[in-house]
Write a protein that binds this ligand. Structure first.
Ligand code: GDP
Ligand code: IMO
Ligand code: MG
Length: 429
């Protein structure tokens, strides 16, 4: 087993950071393949909390190579701040332990301006983006007018590219009543950020090819979650990239047949941040309690997350679409004090039972969840790291989820801490 892909199976914030951190112990290289400096991944190591948005979680371990692949959209200022933050807590990021693909798309300040202006104008219809310019940067990428990292290495020829991007953005900026930008404004910005980023720029697909040929262990770290996928998520309330594991290939230049194992990170209940359909969302005391005990606030944005019961229909669907081999179930401990716990096992749509989430938004808004009620275990499970020490009712809950989603749960996490994890199957063996 030389490569493992980690993806979130819900709407993000499933605890990917913790699992990637744990698995990166055995990996030689940890690679991000999509997203940007999004909501954030949290690691808790020896009592210290580390919050990362852009850098692969493996960066905190000494002697591990980390790579930001071409599928990511990169804000150079966010990169510098994250490197500075890590350096203050004693973690060094150097061109030795971080390489960034030369064909990575740059997020410019104008992307962030557009993201924020659009959200403001949309009012109630807003997506609830992270406001970081991620969507507009991907739009420019597919429209073939973005500035890539390799353009920074040759600023002489860049003015034509800046003109092209401004031709588009100044029309929008005019419409949104934002100050118009000159070629020189953008050129100056690129001049400023270039010196800090160029040392990290590399031909990463070749590095990965050599590592693969030498049987090195590659861990791909997904961001966001499968229900935020631009094709298979709850469109339009999604992010602007494909979050499916196949993107690990496209977003790094490693062929799909070299992705050996896919692990879906799944929270023992459901959360969502931002707008959009959420069939099992709770507006009562139980929802408030999940949020409070689960500390469901954005890692770096601080935004309150919407909370609800575990939706097995959704996770089964995302597991089927993306070909997940096994599940890592996180935050089981958050359910410890619930007397009754519900699992959504199906939906009712126009009086008929269905076993999938329709991809059309009006239908999504009409579905009614069908629940199966389970007795809670009312026992403290936090910090348990032996499977047979889990209470019987917790084991039944896990078994039932496994049964409905037809995917084995092979990793269980019982606290934010690095060491509180149960492995039922070896990874990278
Ligand atoms: P990510 O975006 O998927 O990496 O997840 P986030 O880091 O944004 O959010 C997950 C939150 O849950 C973080 O605060 C983690 O420290 C925390 N967490 C992860 N696993 C567990 C767990 O098993 N139990 C509890 N109580 N918290 C966890
Ligand atoms: P991690 O990696 C949860 C959501 C936003 C919004 C939608 C689009 O920490 O799990 P964007 O800024 O990407 O255009 O926002 O996607 N979103 C996330 N939700 N976790 C994330 O990241 C997210 N990244 C984006 O809230 O609804
Ligand atoms: Mg997060």
């Amino acid at each position: 087993m030389t490569s493992v892909v980690i993806v979130g199976t819900q709407w993000g914030d499933e605890g990917k950071g913790k699992i990637v951190d744990s698995l990166s112990d055995k990996a030689d290289v940890i690679v991000r393949f999509q997203g940007g400096h999004n909501a954030g991944h949290t690691l808790v190591i020896d009592g210290q909390t580390i919050k990362l948005s852009l850098l692969p979680s493996g960066i905190v371990r000494e002697n591990k190579l980390t790579i930001i692949g071409n599928g990511v959209v990169l804000d150079p200022q966010a990169l510098s701040s994250e490197i500075e933050y890590l350096s203050k807590i004693g973690i060094k990021v150097t061109p030795k332990n971080l390489k960034i693909a030369e064909n990575t798309t740059i997020i410019l300040p104008l992307h962030k301006d557009l993201d924020l202006a659009r959200e403001e104008r949309a009012g109630k219809a807003k997506i609830g983006t992270t406001g970081r310019g991620i969507g507009p940067a991907y739009e420019d990428k597919v429209a073939r007018r973005s500035i890539k990292l390799n353009d920074l290495c040759n600023l002489e020829n860049i003015k034509d590219k800046i003109e092209l991007i401004l031709d588009h953005h100044n029309i929008l900026r005019h419409a949104y009543k934002l100050d118009l930008l000159s070629v020189d404004d953008v050129y100056q910005y690129l001049q400023e950020i270039k010196k800090d980023i160029i040392p990290f720029v590399a031909n990463t697909w070749r590095i990965l090819k050599d590592m693969r040929q030498n049987n090195k262990k590659i861990l791909f770290e997904g961001a966001q979650g499968l229900l935020l996928d631009v094709d298979f998520g709850t469109y339009p309330y999604v992010t602007s990239s494909n979050t499916l594991p196949g993107q690990a290939s496209i977003g790094t230049g490693v062929g799909p047949k070299f992705l050996d194992q896919i692990i879906g990170i799944t929270k023992a209940y459901t959360t969502r941040v931002g707008s959009g359909p959420f069939p099992t969302e709770l507006f009562d005391e139980s929802g408030e309690k999940l949020g409070r005990i689960g500390n469901e606030f954005g890692t770096v944005t601080g935004r309150e997350r919407r909370c609800g019961w575990f939706d097995a229909v959704l996770v089964r669907q995302t597991a089927q679409i993306s070909g997940i081999d096994m599940i890592a179930l996180t935050k089981l401990d958050v359910l410890d004090s619930f007397e009754k716990i519900n699992i959504c096992v199906g939906y009712e749509l126009d009086g008929k039972e269905i076993d999938y989430l329709p991809l059309s938004e009006p239908l999504q808004n009409k579905i009614i969840p069908i629940y199966e009620e389970h007795d809670g275990w009312l026992t403290d499970t936090s910090g348990i790291n032996e499977f047979n020490e889990l209470p019987l009712k917790a084991l039944e809950y896990i078994k039932r989820i496994e049964e409905i989603i037809s995917t084995p749960i092979s990793i269980i996490s019982t606290s934010p801490n690095r060491e509180d994890i149960i492995f039922l199957e070896g990874i990278f063996n």
